[in-house]
Design a protein around this ligand. Structure first.
Ligand SMILES: *Cc1c(COP(=O)(O)O)cnc(C)c1O
Length: 410
């Protein structure tokens, strides 16, 4: 299987690893433990009034993002769902999403009985390509969900301009982008609403959890009620005004998130600096191309550090084999999504639960070449915890790649 079994130099063959550091995640200390323990002792674990530690964390997060409101909820899928409903989508409306993202970005569209329209990503950034968005707009288009994939800001100026001209809503999926910035503004605070996830792998985590931020009073009031079984903030316990659900987080999650939030700024700064440095190293390796950070002023949160791999300069070694070798060298990495989202059975097979999709919608004819290439041959992901390492860790990542290249070309 492995072309280089004879060189005897690689960790995958039993030799020493190049990357010797380990990269723990999540990161916590005794203060985190104490904060949760103190809360346990109060016995007030639940969150009936969206008050206490939950309200405190919401205020902290809104302030951090520079947005007026923050509404916590059980995860970063429900936060997208709340934003879609509050934006007034109707059954059959078309919502533009990228095909290179986690399932939630598109599956929440199905959950609100709308139609996900997959628009290809740009080859330099793996984010929605504004030119392709424009071409996909129809009379039924209601909203765009730009995903700041890996923590790299989308071209928000172009996307907001398209939205203005076609009267569309913009819901930022910022599940990878806590603390990232576009022209000095925090991601998630730029569109009509911004959605975050606090799931275990994310840059800010309490195991599970989500948040949606907005500056819009009407969106806030709707989402705030929907996540609390349709209650109103000044209403009675048994008075329900909207078709909502119980999407509340616990006080335990909120105290942990408040602790974790104190580290986010410094961690984001470190990842961003390491990313810039790693770019400068990998740019010099033949056949390795880091994604482009573009020309505008940004801060990247590097939930993933992504580079493009070209097997032609690696002795035609497949991406899968290359990633297996990198993992053996000690680098926490992955070859990412195996297929673009529209290839998932839920879209290809459109079973009886997809009753809201019109017969005319046929995902078997969808083909986004850039996303296809990223999945099959090109994209390699380094996980965010590795981007919290030192400069010499970054050197070791580049050394690991170079070592593999030399070995396979011997
Ligand atoms: C993680 C993630 C979400 C939401 O995930 P949850 O597990 O529901 O919190 C949404 N979009 C993207 C791009 C994600 O990576």
């Amino acid at each position: 299987m492995i072309k280089t079994a004879s060189t005897g130099l690689l960790a995958i063959e039993g030799c020493e690893k190049v990357v010797t550091s380990t990269f723990p995640w999540p990161i916590y200390d005794e203060q985190d433990v104490q904060a949760v323990a103190d809360l346990v002792r109060t016995g007030q674990w639940g969150n009936p009034d969206c008050a206490g530690a939950v309200a405190e964390f919401e205020q902290q997060f809104a302030r951090y993002c520079g947005s007026k409101y923050a509404i916590s909820c059980v995860n970063g899928s429900v936060s997208l769902r709340l934003a879609l409903i509050a934006c007034g989508v109707r059954p059959g409306d078309e919502i533009i999403v990228p095909p290179y993202t986690f399932i939630a970005t598109a599956s929440v569209v199905l959950e609100v009985n709308c139609v996900p329209v997959f628009v290809d990503i740009h080859p330099d950034t793996y984010n929605l390509d504004p030119a392709a968005i424009e071409a996909a707009i129809t009379e039924r288009t209601k909203a765009i969900i730009p995903v700041h994939f890996a923590g790299l800001p989308c071209d928000m100026e172009a996307i907001l301009d398209i939205a203005r001209r076609h009267t569309l809503r913009v819901i930022e999926d910022a599940a990878h982008a806590h603390g990232a910035e576009y022209k000095g503004q925090k991601l998630g605070s730029i569109g009509d609403a911004g959605s975050f996830s606090f799931q275990s792998s994310k840059n800010l985590t309490s195991g599970e959890g989500g948040m949606v931020i907005t500056n819009d009073d009407a969106l806030y009031q709707t989402m705030n009620s929907l996540r609390n079984v349709g209650r109103l903030p000044d209403g009675q316990w048994y008075d329900h005004f909207n078709p909502g659900c119980n999407y509340r987080i616990t006080q335990l999650q909120a105290v942990l998130l408040s602790q974790q939030l104190t580290r986010l700024e410094e961690q984001t700064r470190i990842r961003n600096e390491n990313g810039l440095y790693l770019d400068s190293l990998l740019e010099n390796i033949d056949g390795i191309t880091p994604l482009s950070r573009g020309q505008v002023e940004i801060r990247h949160s590097y939930h993933l550090y992504i580079f493009k791999y070209d097997k032609a300069t690696f002795g035609m070694l497949s991406k899968k084999e290359f990633v297996a070798m990198l993992l053996a060298e000690g680098l926490p990495c992955s070859s990412g999504y195996p297929h673009p989202l529209y290839k998932q059975p839920v879209f290809q097979e459109k079973n009886w639960l997809c009753y809201a999709l019109p017969d005319s919608v046929d995902y078997s004819t969808v083909y986004c070449p850039v996303a296809e290439r990223a999945c099959a041959d090109e994209a390699v992901w380094i996980f965010q915890q590795a981007m919290l390492g030192t400069r010499s860790d970054m050197d070791s990542f580049a050394d690991a790649i170079r070592k593999i290249q030399q070995a396979v070309n011997q």
